[in-house]
Design a protein around this ligand. Structure first.
Ligand SMILES: Nc1nc2c(c(=O)[nH]1)N[C@H]1C(S)=C(S)[C@@H](COP(=O)(O)O)O[C@H]1N2
Ligand SMILES: [Mo]
Length: 393
């Protein structure tokens, strides 16, 4: 596509903040330090995790950049940035979380394949752009359509980056048409992040943001939108990002038996403490994030200072100073909540966090029970060890 180009090597990567923890250099995969992650409700772009599968594309001419809308529609159309800027502009605060978040911890019980991540492969940003539902209306697909007359049922997003998994082809994914044409699902073609034009790592000039769904479906550097009868047949939909039971391993896997993962399950993690944290006896601040998929709010965050025998409830908040009320119009339904509780620690112990969403879904206790060969969706209770030094600290 003229206007946007995909390098085949890593010689033209964008600059990145030096404090990021790099999990893979090429392609670039990095997350912020735990302690930096929950400093603010909105994650600064510099500290927002970066998850790439190939070299980052480059815009050489924004005037010529356009998105091709094609497939099962009567009038295929090319949309230029100026067309997209003309559509009603929406801002949606949404948390994006990689399905591989907390993979390193899952790998410790039994080895999994994939980039290692600590607990910070997620971030919360204000995404601004056009609603996909409005864009699809421009090509003749009305709001709230789940099947078109021509048999279209899925909306595929295709990028231009060169991914090894796609044998040098572009990253792609799809979502159901019913979700894409539902204005309340808030699926965006975003051109801004936190009030600034997207930067290269996050999809400049245009990316998809699918709130409440694993990050893998929010395709960056959008090149075309395809209306399809079947879901996208790309690698990342069919042979990755699917949830398997612990009994399935590389010698007995049948990818076609499972659906591509979409909604994220309920998740939380402590960010104010490392896996093993030395501390003095006394008050300890336990702070972290909790988030669920599908727009389900966080009903409760429980914290234990005795390894999960007894629990106290943490306070939850989004905007500073305003208590979080689930399902309230002033709450951001697609966004994480931060939690905090001050606990008294006398002796060395294990601190645990678990969240409950508004559907009463709760995080599973043991990572072993949800182990899967790709190490995705590790939402088990988050545990940290505190080592109390009584003297000479
Ligand atoms: N074109 C393209 N889109 C992509 C990816 C990619 O490698 N290429 N990675 C996906 C994955 S797995 C995640 S978790 C998110 C990460 O978005 P971020 O880098 O803006 O945090 O983008 C998704 N969209
Ligand atoms: Mo991801």
């Amino acid at each position: 596509m003229p206007g946007l180009i995909a390098p085949s090597d890593y010689s033209q990567e964008p600059p990145r903040h030096p404090s990021l923890k790099i999990n893979s250099k090429e392609p670039f995969n990095a997350e912020p330090r735990r302690s930096a992650l929950t400093q603010s409700y909105i994650t600064p772009v510099d500290f927002f995790y970066k998850r790439n599968h190939g070299p980052v594309p480059i815009v050489d001419d924004l005037e010529r950049y356009c998105v091709d809308i094609c497939g099962l529609i009567e009038n295929p159309k090319k949309l230029y940035m100026r067309d997209i800027w003309m559509l009603a502009k929406y801002s949606v605060t949404a948390t994006l979380q990689c399905a591989g978040n907390r993979r390193t911890a899952m790998s410790k019980t039994r080895k999994v394949r994939g980039v290692g991540w600590d607990v910070a492969a997620l971030g919360n940003a204000v995404w601004t752009g056009a609603k996909l539902a409005d864009v699809l209306e421009l090509v003749g697909i009305p709001k709230l359509t789940s099947t078109t007359q021509m048999g279209g049922k899925h909306v595929e997003f295709v990028s231009i980056d060169k991914c090894k998994e796609e044998k040098g082809g572009p990253y792609k994914a799809s979502i159901p048409l019913g979700q894409a044409t539902n204005p309340e699902a808030d699926v965006l073609l975003a051109y801004e992040m936190n009030g600034e034009p997207l930067n290269r790592d996050h999809g400049y000039p245009l990316r998809v943001v699918v709130p409440g769904v694993i990050g893998a479906r929010s395709v960056k550097w959008l090149d075309s939108i395809n209306i399809l009868a079947e879901e996208c047949q790309g690698f990342f939909m069919q042979r990755d990002y699917k949830m398997f039971p612990p009994s399935v391993d590389w010698d007995n896997i049948n990818w076609s038996t499972r659906r591509p993962q979409m909604d994220f399950p309920v998740q939380s993690a402590i960010c104010s403490l490392e896996d093993v944290q030395a501390t003095k006896p006394g008050k300890v601040k336990v702070r972290g994030y909790a988030v669920s998929g599908g727009g389900r709010g966080i009903e409760r965050v429980d914290v234990s200072v005795d390894g999960g025998k007894t629990w106290v409830e943490a306070s939850r908040f989004q905007k500073p100073g305003i208590p979080y009320v689930v399902d309230d119009i002033h709450s951001d339904k697609w966004a994480w909540v931060l939690f905090e509780v001050i606990v008294d620690i006398i002796n060395s112990t294990e601190i645990v966090a678990k969240a409950v969403d508004i559907a009463a879904n709760v995080q599973p206790e043991k990572v072993e029970d949800i182990w899967n060969l790709r190490g995705i969706l590790n939402t088990s209770w988050h545990r940290v060890q505190v080592r109390v030094g009584h003297s000479n600290m």
